[in-house]
Write a protein that binds this ligand. Structure first.
Ligand SMILES: NC(=O)c1ccc[n+]([C@@H]2O[C@H](COP(=O)([O-])OP(=O)(O)OC[C@H]3O[C@@H](n4cnc5c(N)ncnc54)[C@H](O)[C@@H]3O)[C@@H](O)[C@H]2O)c1
Length: 363
């Protein structure tokens, strides 16, 4: 049997995206060597610098180019000088929509060796998944601006919730919860947002009727945010709309130690199109170019890509290497209280990976 080769679109993007991408690629290569597969990297220099040269975040046929690839591996986009709505709507959102990446899956798990800023949380004391609806909701193009520059200037932004879109995100979350502890929490705000959120809740209740073994809880988003801090151990799977999921997962990243660790998978669950894997964090212009970027979020995203490609053993090894560095050394970047550079953490990850027997067992 020939060993598989995966064509991966690599978009390092801007700022620290270009710094955390090479270490993650290096570990993916090592994983491939160990488990008998390889990567054919399609390096794409798209992002804000490309925009400043061409007026576009990606070429006109960008989506067609990506469609030729098995998966997309992204760093981060956004840089001062290019408005954030331009960078987001010129690259990430079109990709998520064109390839029906309607699930944004974000693990919130406290790794061994990291101290949560929350008091007395042991490793494993925070371990849940956030399923963020990734194609519609509050991130819509519906609306407009009127009377620009005049005293009566106004802006309207409409949210779009379709039964089809909400159901498929919730079904994905239900399925995940059934494979875990059977507990699903839903983020709502049906007291204040009186059309879309009651609709969201109704759909959840309808779907839940067919899953009597599932424990379903509804939380207003404000109370849910507080519970992420006060009692994160209660959560198993959390399902949320596009905006709520986005905000909740930055908080999730904070309680597991740093936004520099948290990963994110934009999934087309049916695998009809490429999915896209990226860290939760952005391009961090405040630390770009200083060697301070934590590569762990990008490496964890690489591990999720390996899982999606069906190489769960290899994915587990990447996490095991991360945990080994965190538990057995004090090599960590400043966001985790250390003094190490991105390169030093990357070298330590390679050493740790090489010291593991396949599937995460230390030699
Ligand atoms: N998916 C994406 O590409 C994405 C996501 C979020 C923000 N952005 C963009 O990134 C730019 C900066 O946004 P922001 O400042 O709100 O968010 P950010 O995530 O870039 O940074 C927030 C804070 O976290 C720190 N941080 C982030 N990642 C880190 C890492 N790996 N290691 C150490 N510290 C890290 C930064 O130094 C900063 O202090 C904006 O242009 C924004 O639009 C892009």
């Amino acid at each position: 049997m020939t060993s598989p080769s995966y064509r991966i679109a690599v978009i390092p993007g801007d700022g620290i995206g270009t710094e955390v991408m090479p270490p993650a690629q290096k570990l993916l290569e090592l994983a491939g060597t160990r488990y008998g597969f390889s990567f054919d990297w399609q390096e794409l220099e798209w992002g804000c610098e490309y925009y400043s040269r061409t007026g576009r975040m990606m070429p006109e046929d960008g989506i067609e180019q990506l469609a030729e690839c098995d998966q997309i591996f992204l760093g981060a986009v956004g840089f001062p000088g290019v408005p954030d709505h331009v960078s987001l709507w010129g690259l990430l959102i079109p990709i998520r929509r064109a390839f029906r990446q309607y699930i944004n899956l974000r693990p919130v798990r406290l790794l061994a060796g990291i101290e949560s800023p929350l008091r007395k949380v042991p490793a494993g004391g925070i371990d849940f998944l956030v399923v963020r609806e990734n194609n519609e909701g509050e991130y819509s193009e519906s609306g407009g601006r009127l009377y620009r520059g005049m005293p009566q200037e106004m802006a309207i932004q409409e949210s779009i919730f379709t039964r089809f879109g909400v159901e498929r995100a919730m079904n994905y979350a239900i399925n995940l919860a059934e494979q875990r502890k059977g507990q699903l929490a839903s983020a709502t705000k049906s007291n204040g947002i009186i059309h879309t959120m009651p609709f969201w809740d109704e759909i959840l209740r309808d779907l839940a009727k067919d899953h009597p073994n599932l424990t379903v809880s509804e939380y207003h988003i404000d109370a849910l945010a507080a519970l992420f801090v006060l009692d994160p151990a209660r959560f198993d799977v959390v399902v949320a709309s596009n905006l709520f999921g986005d905000i909740l997962t930055d908080l999730g990243a904070a309680i597991i130690g740093s936004i520099g660790i948290a990963p994110s998978a934009n999934l087309n669950p049916e695998k009809e199109f490429p999915s896209m894997f990226e860290p939760v964090h952005g391009s961090a212009p405040d630390i770009a170019g200083q060697g301070k970027a934590n590569p762990l979020g990008q490496v964890w995203a690489a591990s999720m890509m390996l899982d999606h490609l069906g190489h769960e053993d290899a994915g587990r090894d990447l996490i095991a290497a991360m945990e080994q560095v965190l538990t057995e050394t004090d090599i960590r970047t400043p966001d985790l209280g250390g003094t190490a550079t991105t390169d030093e953490v990357s070298d330590a990850l390679v050493t740790a990976f090489e010291s593991l027997s396949p599937a995460g067992v230390e030699k």
